[in-house]
Design a protein around this ligand. Structure first.
Ligand SMILES: Nc1ncnc2c1ncn2[C@@H]1O[C@H](COP(=O)(O)OP(=O)(O)OP(=O)(O)O)[C@@H](O)[C@H]1O
Length: 291
């Protein structure tokens, strides 16, 4: 459905995103990477909101920058989605449906009602947005992006700042959407990816480091994950730099560490999770100043 070929972006001679190629089909994709990795740049390029320095992204054969027809096939929810606080969800969605030029007035209204229901906002649809929780505003942002039934939905950090219940609700909305569309979801919350994305894309320092099945991420920590019960003294010595997790036990601290060699004579190899693999991958990237 969505493919990028040699897609990249430079600012003043420096790559914010080095040229990469991707093919995304129906389903949910997690976009991971530390701050400054290039995630927003990639999402805005794929959404056709940013002109690439090289390459192109196409949806079903049409460049994402080729005009309003293809733009209607892309729904984009920015990190800080905002709307007029005095408008209600229903008013806002009707306004956007009109701007997007979706069908007749009757069809627009029907689409708005369908989406209010999809994001579980029907009961609050006539209250002004200033009375909404941040989770409700995020769900409204998703409803807005879904107007016109896009085939690609790109969501920048949807669950940041949400309580666990709202996070699950939002994840479910996106998972349902992914049954028929491409959903690309950028997040710093690894558990969101773990629970809903079959595939992941990992960026770091403006480069693509991994694209593939979520389970494949664990590979980066294979043979490099160690666990052992350390003394308090030993734990303090390693805690500054290498520790992934530590749990107090009766006699010391149960440590979990990624390292090329066993960090202690007592360390035993452990089976890595996707999160261990991600941290091993990110931890191995050079620290580039200013990103
Ligand atoms: N308009 C711009 N002008 C110059 N440099 C930019 C511009 N936009 C982004 N960059 C640079 O491109 C790099 C990638 O930024 P981007 O916002 O895509 O990262 P990100 O992974 O989304 O980060 P975060 O997780 O912090 O939101 C950064 O080094 C950033 O400083």
């Amino acid at each position: 459905m969505l493919s990028a070929t040699h897609l990249g972006k430079k600012y003043r001679g420096i790559w914010a995103l080095e040229p990469l190629s991707l093919q995304l089909n129906q389903g949910m994709y997690g976009l991971l990477g530390p701050n400054g990795a290039g995630k927003s740049t990639l999402m805005r390029l794929l959404a056709g909101l940013l002109a690439p320095s090289t390459g192109d992204a196409v949806i079903n054969g049409l460049s994402v920058r080729s005009g309003s027809n293809v733009r209607l096939q892309i729904g984009y929810v920015p990190q800080n989605f905002q709307m007029y606080p005095q408008l209600t969800a229903r008013e806002w969605l009707r306004h956007v449906a009109k701007l997007k030029g979706i069908g007749t007035r009757k069809e627009q209204d029907a689409e708005v009602e369908r989406l209010l229901h999809t994001v579980h906002l029907t009961a609050r649809a006539d209250r002004p947005a200033r009375t909404y929780s941040s989770g409700m505003v995020k769900r409204l942002g998703i409803a807005q992006a879904l107007l016109g039934s896009p085939v690609v939905v790109i969501v920048d950090e949807p669950t940041t700042g949400l309580d666990p219940e709202e996070r699950v609700r939002l994840r479910n909305v996106l998972a349902e959407l992914a049954l028929s569309s491409v959903v690309l979801l950028s997040t710093h919350v690894l558990s969101d990816v773990e629970s809903s994305c079959g595939n992941v894309i990992v960026l770091g320092n403006g480069k693509l480091h991994y694209k593939g099945r979520l389970a494949g991420l664990a590979h980066f920590a294979e043979g490099r994950l160690w666990e052992w019960e350390a003394s308090h003294h030993e734990w303090q010595a390693i805690a500054q730099e290498r520790l992934l997790a530590a749990r107090k036990t009766a006699d010391g601290v149960l440590c979990r560490v990624i390292a090329d060699e066993p960090p202690s004579p007592y360390a035993a190899a452990a089976v890595p999770s996707m999160e261990d693999g991600y941290l091993a991958l990110i931890g191995s990237l050079p620290d580039v100043n200013g990103r």
